[in-house]
Design a protein around this ligand. Structure first.
Ligand code: ZN
Length: 346
């Protein structure tokens, strides 16, 4: 895992790119072993730390507090997380397959050997391992105890009695977190990937705004860079900041939306006069707008350069154009195409 991380150029990989690499590469490298053994806690801690460090810092080490807790990161995207697999739970669920094979007496030489040497005809769910048994076997028995409640008369209760690792994983997680209302707004396929991650951080209130940096003792400044008037908080930056309000006014004027002050993606989804596609497109433009406001704030902080709201809207328009190209023109109605053409999106 460390070799892979060192081989990736962290400067060129955005949060979203890192998220994809964590999900598709880092969190899966140990899967082969995790299906055979319950891996030691120290190894699992290290795997989790490497995934976390790469996600937040792009390297194998990271000493700061992560922007969002690992528990939230590992919850499903529907429940407000990033959907990264929790390696420890997955390891138990994967070894749970061996438990199921023994319970269902799968026709395998290994199962016959287990029956002959360990179980000796005894009921699997009543069986207790000998303290002198191997560590690996005692771990399999420990997983059996964890998963015993999922069995009824020796049959796995979920998925018509057939065990698979995904079902076992979900059953072990017992995640009853309600779905978030903003799932479709943040993870819309019309959104640019880097905007999605930014929108996700905004929804959790985890951008590093000055009020948070002040509380951490990192800065003594609290006044907003963009307006120089009020303290910088999430609420201020995306609702009451003068700079943002100017951007919102231009945004509403450009798209012919009612002047409601704050621009909220949720409001876009309720515009009845628009088609479903248009509502999604407007939502994605709002997500892009918030991204560019945050980008303008960072530019102001690092380079003391203040962008004009006109430049923000121009950037949002470009993002809208890219979203439409990605979406495929053929799926758009004639009236939607005409509207996009008039608004400079096509
Ligand atoms: Zn401000």
């Amino acid at each position: 895992m460390v070799k892979r991380i060192k081989g990736w150029n962290k400067r060129k990989i955005s949060y979203t790119g890192r998220l994809i690499l964590v999900k598709s590469v880092l969190a899966t490298l140990h899967n082969y072993w995790a299906q055979i053994f319950v891996l030691p806690a120290g190894v699992m801690d290290r795997i989790q730390a490497l995934c976390r460090n790469f996600l937040w810092e792009g390297s194998d080490s990271y000493s700061k507090a992560p922007l969002v807790s690992w528990k939230i990161v590992c919850s499903s995207t529907l429940a407000g997380g990033l959907g990264i697999i929790d390696s420890r739970i997955w390891n138990v669920a994967a070894v749970g397959k061996l438990v199921w094979w023994i319970a269902s007496k799968k026709d395998l030489l290994w199962i016959k050997w287990i029956d002959k040497v360990y179980l000796k005809g005894r009921d699997w769910f009543e069986y207790q391992p000998n303290p002198n048994s191997s560590w690996a076997w005692r771990q399999v028995c420990m997983v059996k105890e964890k998963m015993a409640a999922g069995y009824s008369n020796g049959k796995w209760q979920v998925n018509d009695g057939h065990y698979n690792i995904a079902d076992g994983y979900n059953w072990l997680r017992q995640d009853h977190t309600p779905n978030v209302a903003w799932y479709n707004i943040v993870w819309s396929r019309l959104n640019t990937p880097k905007h999605m991650f930014n929108a996700w951080l905004i929804r959790h209130g985890r951008l590093l705004t000055l009020d948070r940096l002040y509380k951490m003792g990192i800065t003594s400044q609290r006044t907003c860079f963009l307006c120089g008037y009020q303290d910088e908080t999430h609420d201020h930056l995306f609702s009451t900041c003068n700079f943002t309000c100017h951007c919102y006014a231009r945004f509403q004027n450009w798209l012919g939306l009612p002047s409601t002050g704050v621009v909220l993606a949720e409001r876009m989804l309720k515009i009845r006069s628009c088609s479903g596609f248009m509502r999604k497109l407007l939502c994605s433009l709002v997500v892009a707008l918030h991204y560019h406001v945050w980008h303008a704030r960072n530019l102001c902080r690092v380079e003391q350069k203040v962008l004009h709201p006109k430049a923000i809207i121009q950037a949002v328009r470009e993002d809208g154009r890219m979203a439409i190209i990605k979406y495929n023109y053929c799926q758009m109605s004639l009236s939607d195409r005409e509207w996009c053409r008039v608004k400079g999106l096509m």
